[in-house]
Design a protein around this ligand. Structure first.
Ligand code: GDG
Length: 442
């Protein structure tokens, strides 16, 4: 159920969109049962009708942990070295998509517009079409899409990726992702590319692709951040810092988020600038995710080691340089933490968009805003030009940016913040949903 997946960017975004427009949410219930999709669970929450199905243990392991999270996720994040090639995973992935299509087809009304989200469901439209569904169907990919030369490392890539042509519209976050998609279709499948990002697949089906950078509920986040000053959690944090400047990072614990490199850059900053000792504190919030996947357990151990090492080197009886927290927090508290932090440190190695970067900006005090240090490889960097943009793998560059951010004069902070906030106000979650749906219905 979406309510349980509070830390996912996708879930936060879709909940906001559905609450406003109303509609049917269809997907996995988050529960394991003896048999996949034995029943469809229905739940009504205001304008939203949730219809969900359970998965069997075996299907879940192949579909979700297996193909989605151990094959597609690393490949889509430019990590072919981590791709799991087990053949059973793809079969499980196709089987689960087929069951989804079967159950969903029974719920679709003739006038419905169908919006499929993310890499778990790539073949869903083609399976719906096989069942005679002729509605408009759109697909949005929340991750990056790497170049064709990398996509072909996917087992049976054409069998899977060419099914995307069964959608009427495919949305991605950035022009780079769009180029990858068009390139793949043209060079690997023989599709024709027409003006306006229209494509004709080798089976003659026509579809369109486009760039739709996802936004946040900017006004809501800004209001929550403003109210947060009175929360006791924020008061406790403030008291514990004793006037030190706070640097904050908030990420799902995932190897794509560049956390070990970020810890190294912070350590490098402390090594280079002894003046900052006792004057700065780095809070990294990293709720664990996908902990059944070995790479995720490994990165957790690595970060514990690094955090311990940094504190071992620099800590004093009254100063902890890095506070590394594996819990998740309510959004109201998070936005208060963002607002209190002088620097938002968002340095994924690859990220489709990265909503934390946007939430950090939206949470700032307009009179005294903090500075965003942002990876060039996050989709958000294509919109937030006034952040301090860095290569997350370049320890020195990130350390430089942190130093610059901590010393930035008020006037410059205000100017950068205003420019970024203009983008976030214009391109918020509602604008994103409306522009995608409008293009899909066109
Ligand atoms: C995928 C793509 C793309 C984090 N910690 C807590 C918490 N969060 C919330 C954040 C934010 C969301 O989770 C994370 O979104 P991101 O965009 O940063 O990252 P992914 O989860 O990887 O999202 C990404 C996104 O989809 C949307 O298209 O931007 O590139 O990978 O909203 O605030 N929420 C709560 N407690 C926490 O401790 N409540």
């Amino acid at each position: 159920m979406p309510k349980q997946t509070a830390t996912g960017g996708l879930a936060s975004a879709m909940r906001a969109a559905l609450q406003e427009a109303g509609g049917l949410w269809f997907g996995w219930s988050g529960k394991i049962a003896g048999e996949t999709a034995a029943t469809v669970h229905h739940l009504y929450d205001g304008p939203v009708h949730y219809a969900t199905i359970d998965l069997s243990r075996g299907d879940h392991d192949h579909f979700y942990d297996g193909f989605a999270n151990r094959t597609l996720w690393p490949l889509l994040h430019y990590r072919p070295d981590l791709v799991d090639y087990s053949r059973g995973h793809l079969d499980g992935y196709l089987r689960v998509n087929d069951v989804f299509a079967e159950r969903l087809a029974a719920l679709i009304e003739p006038d419905d517009t169908i919006w499929v989200n993310d890499y778990h469901l790539i073949p869903l439209a083609s399976m719906l079409r096989q069942r005679g569904v002729r509605n408009r169907i759109g697909f949005f990919l929340h991750t990056p899409l790497p170049a064709a030369g990398l996509l072909i490392a996917l087992p049976r890539h054409r069998e899977l990726l060419e099914t995307l042509s069964a959608y009427d519209l495919i949305g991605v976050h950035t022009t780079r992702d769009l180029r990858s998609l068009e390139d793949y279709f043209v060079h690997e499948t023989g599709a024709r590319l027409r003006r306006g990002h229209r494509l004709r697949a080798s089976n003659r089906r026509r579809f369109r692709a486009g760039v739709f950078p996802i936004g946040i509920d900017t006004r809501h986040v800004a209001e929550a951040a403003e109210r947060s000053a009175s929360l006791e959690e924020i008061e406790h944090l403030r008291a514990s810092l004793e006037g030190r400047a706070l640097i904050i990072g908030v990420d799902r614990l995932d190897y794509s988020k560049g956390l070990p490199q970020r810890f190294d850059a912070y350590a490098r900053l402390l090594e280079r600038v002894p003046d900052l000792h006792r004057k700065v504190s780095f809070l990294q919030i990293a709720p664990p995710s996908r902990s059944t996947v070995p790479e995720y357990r490994q990165i957790r151990r690595e970060l514990e080691r690094k955090a311990g090492h940094i504190n071992g080197l620099y800590a004093a009886p009254d100063w902890v340089p890095i506070r590394y927290v594996n819990n998740s927090f309510p959004h109201s508290v998070l936005s208060g933490y963002y607002r209190y932090a002088k620097v938002g440190l968002v340095t994924p190695m690859r990220d489709g968009m990265n909503l934390v970067a946007k939430e950090y900006v939206a949470s700032q005090d307009p009179d005294d805003p903090g500075v965003l240090v942002l990876s060039r490889f996050a989709g958000a960097a294509q919109e937030l030009h006034e952040a301090l943009l860095v290569n997350p793998a370049d320890t020195e560059e990130v350390a430089d940016a942190l130093e610059t951010a901590l010393a930035m004069p008020l006037e410059e902070r205000r100017a950068r913040w205003r420019a970024m906030m203009d983008v976030l106000e214009r391109q918020d979650i509602t604008a994103w949903r409306r522009s995608f749906i409008a293009a899909l219905k066109e």
